[in-house]
Design a protein. Structure first.
Length: 220
């Protein structure tokens, strides 16, 4: 009787073990593969798709910041000799001059004070040497002083020819022959003896302490 019970217990234990093994096989490598797939992720935005910042400067505002009338700049004289402090002070727009009519419609006369700050005489750099004065238009054109009929306009008391002695000051003037659109806005640019450029913003209307004097001289 005892042997019969022991045999029954062993048989039951063996059956349980076999059942557990079969269940493990089903949960393991013999089980059907899962049909769940990972969720796709959105591709990263490439750096090249980032829009470039707006508000890039136009030709007139490129380079050094423009000064206003009445603001001085220290410049190097022609052939790198001497120091000139230049202060544009007035601009006058006129449709005629003494015995001269602008080819493009408007004369722009810019007056300036020049002061020698060095121990050596100094003079403005010449256009033939890559320097001198230009009018910079809003669309990036450069117009040299004395262009068109501007060279025919002469003003008493405004002369930049010849060296300026140490410590001395003088008034000078530059004349440009412009279209009305070019005269409406722009910059004047001076390039000195070391090819450094300085610019001043020009107002749309005649402005400055020399306006009355210049207009009187331009009157027919």
């Amino acid at each position: 009787m005892r042997k019969t019970l022991l045999a029954a217990v062993v048989a039951a234990a063996t059956c349980l073990a076999l059942t557990a093994c079969e269940g493990g096989a089903e949960a393991g490598g013999d089980a059907a593969p899962s049909t769940t797939r990972p969720r796709p992720t959105a591709p990263a935005t490439p750096a090249s798709a980032t829009p470039a910042p707006a508000g890039e400067p136009g030709p007139t505002d490129a380079g050094p910041a423009a000064l206003e009338l009445g603001e001085p700049s220290r410049t190097v004289g022609a052939r790198t000799v001497g120091i000139l402090e230049i202060t544009p002070s007035s601009v006058v727009y006129a449709d005629e001059g003494p015995g001269a009519t602008p080819q493009s419609g408007v004369f722009a006369v810019v007056t300036m004070k020049e002061k020698s700050l060095s121990a050596n005489p100094a003079v403005e750099e010449r256009p033939s040497a890559g320097g001198g004065w230009e009018w910079l238009t809003p669309d990036g054109q450069t117009i040299p002083a004395g262009n068109g009929n501007a060279r025919q306009v002469a003003l008493d008391g405004y002369d930049s020819s010849g060296p300026l002695e140490p410590g001395a000051t003088r008034m000078a003037a530059k004349v440009f022959d412009l279209t009305p659109a070019q005269a409406g806005s722009g910059r004047i640019v001076y390039t000195d003896g070391v090819r450094a450029s300085y610019r001043w913003r020009m107002p749309a209307g005649s402005t400055g302490p020399e306006v009355a004097d210049v207009e009187g001289q331009l009157a027919p």
